[in-house]
Write a protein that binds this ligand. Structure first.
Ligand SMILES: *Cc1c(COP(=O)(O)O)cnc(C)c1O
Length: 500
């Protein structure tokens, strides 16, 4: 049974249309000091006279506007997000509370070092934990996102090779890689050579050996890869790449498959990024702040961004001296609020808790895999870890494609999974339940997916037109992103039902 019943649509005018001159959301008591105009306090060039069309509304208009908008959103506190790869993992509310503590959130980044010892210690401790979890020698917390971590790591690799007298020209990237990998390599000035996957869904080591040369700066690899499959030949991969003087960059955005169990440093990885806003609990989505720390081996450590938090005798300080560093990649020290959440997460989960997170993430994904494998085609049969990739191969004979399945899932009350990625799987449905979900929620998601597989055979029209019960029906997604039409308009009158 679908868990959606009535769709509660409350429509309203745009906030601009509710506006009337002089409406206000507040009233203040009369001033008991002299009234100053803003122009008297600020330089005139800094004062904006008027914001054209700025809505003027009452308190109630304002509150209802935002509350109503929030109810139209599907969000992590409402239900499961089975998105693969970029999913937000477990996100305890405790971390939000700690990050908002005034002593942590109110510190100015230019405050004296002597007055910021607690903050510096927090950053230092987080670096040490991330080093320990990844098996690496040094960490920079500066990059603001996974993609920026990639760019940082690649610039460090470039700086190393330049220092050796030869910058090298190419970066090898597995064809299952996240789209940010080739983009970062290109930004770092490299040409990309793609390495195809083998039938088991892992990197083809004979093709890798063929394409690896002394012109290759590094291989970028995700492990487990975006198919959720562990690169079982990682040691051989490392031997091939290191044998020709190259490095291995690991995309560690989805570290919840390995955390507490396996360390990239022990597998021959030289540098990687983590996504604190995925694996270490900061909520993300809607372009909110992120954090993509970079961890590396000693050989690359001199090239890490500055300033670096270091221990100095009894305290902590910021080492600003550039040396051979690639320089700064972020204002100040990175997104500090994310460091607070990540450290709080690590400390509150503890050693066994972090291991349990990986166990649960892998178990949840394999539970979905086991219960859905007779209903949807598995893209690869190799064992998978934290995520599982199906395709629309079984449904295609009824002209049902991945997009139809995803859209119908909305009407069953779930956010769709990642679709059409990774690119190497035709019609991919990439599902990552994460460690957050319990069995009951997984079961209702699986039941909805099974119901959809049945509908695809028995009443495909339900899928082809889906969704029809939602606030917005199926839109041209490209056009909707470029030319958004925000005003609600009633749907065209339904044609009379001829069967009655
Ligand atoms: C999310 C993700 C990235 C990019 O991280 P951003 O913080 O969005 O820049 C890179 N690689 C993988 C595998 C990811 O899942």
């Amino acid at each position: 049974m679908s868990r959606t019943t009535t769709v509660f649509n409350i429509n309203e005018e745009l906030i601009f249309e509710k506006s009337a001159s002089g409406k206000m959301a507040y009233s203040l008591p009369p001033l008991d000091v002299e009234d100053d105009t803003i122009e008297a306090l600020l330089e005139p060039s800094l004062v904006r006279g008027e914001i054209e069309g700025f809505p003027e509304v009452s308190e109630l208009d304002l509150i209802r506007h935002y509350v109503r908008l929030s109810t139209w959103n599907y969000h992590i506190d409402l239900g499961m997000y089975p998105l693969g790869s970029c999913t937000m993992k477990y996100n305890p509310k405790l971390n939000e509370k700690v990050a908002r503590l005034g002593d942590l959130s109110g510190v100015h980044p230019l405050q004296e070092e002597t007055l910021s010892q607690g903050n510096l210690e927090l950053m230092f401790q987080l670096q040490v934990f991330l080093q320990e979890l990844t098996g690496m020698d040094a960490v920079s917390l500066q990059p603001a996102a996974g993609a920026q971590g990639e760019l940082t790591g690649l610039l460090m690799i470039r700086a190393y090779h330049v220092h050796q007298g030869k910058p090298r020209k190419y970066v090898l990237i597995a064809d299952s890689a996240h789209g940010t990998n080739p983009a970062s390599a290109t930004l770092a000035g490299y040409d990309v050579i793609s390495i195809p996957s083998n039938p088991g869904g892992t990197i083809d080591t004979s093709l890798l050996a063929e394409r690896m040369s002394e012109d290759v700066a590094c291989l970028m690899l995700t492990n487990p890869n975006t198919l959720g499959i562990f690169e079982v030949e990682i040691e051989k991969v490392a031997e091939i790449v290191h044998g020709r003087g190259g490095f291995i960059y690991m995309d560690g955005a989805n570290f919840n498959a390995l955390m507490g169990y396996a360390r990239p440093g022990d597998m021959g990885i030289d540098v990687l990024h983590l996504n604190l806003h995925k694996t270490f609990s900061t909520p993300h989505g809607g372009g909110g702040p992120g954090s993509g720390p970079v961890a590396c081996r000693q050989i690359l450590a001199p090239y890490l961004p500055v300033p670096r938090v270091v221990r100095t005798g009894a305290g902590y300080s910021l080492e600003e001296s550039p040396g051979s560093s690639i320089g700064r990649v972020h204002g100040f020290y990175g997104n500090f609020g994310m460091f607070v959440r990540a450290l709080c997460y690590i400390l509150s989960c503890g050693r066994t808790g972090l291991r349990e997170i990986s166990e649960t993430a892998v178990l949840n994904s394999n539970y979905i895999r086991a219960r859905l494998k007779n209903h949807y085609a598995l893209a690869y049969h190799s064992p998978s870890l934290h995520e599982v990739v199906f395709s629309d191969k079984k449904q295609a004979s009824n002209q049902i494609r991945t997009l139809d399945i995803a859209k119908r899932l909305i009407e069953h009350g779930f956010h769709p999974p990642t679709i059409y990625f990774p690119l190497i799987v035709r019609g991919a449905l990439m599902i990552e339940p994460t460690e957050s979900e319990g069995k009951a929620e997984l079961d209702s998601f699986i039941d909805a997916m099974i119901a959809i597989a049945r509908e695809a055979r028995e009443s495909p029209e339900l899928l082809i037109n889906a969704p029809i019960t939602t606030k917005r029906t199926r839109v041209d997604e490209t056009r909707a992103a470029r030319q958004p039409i925000l005003r609600w308009s009633p749907p065209a009158e339904a044609p009379p039902d001829e069967s009655t």
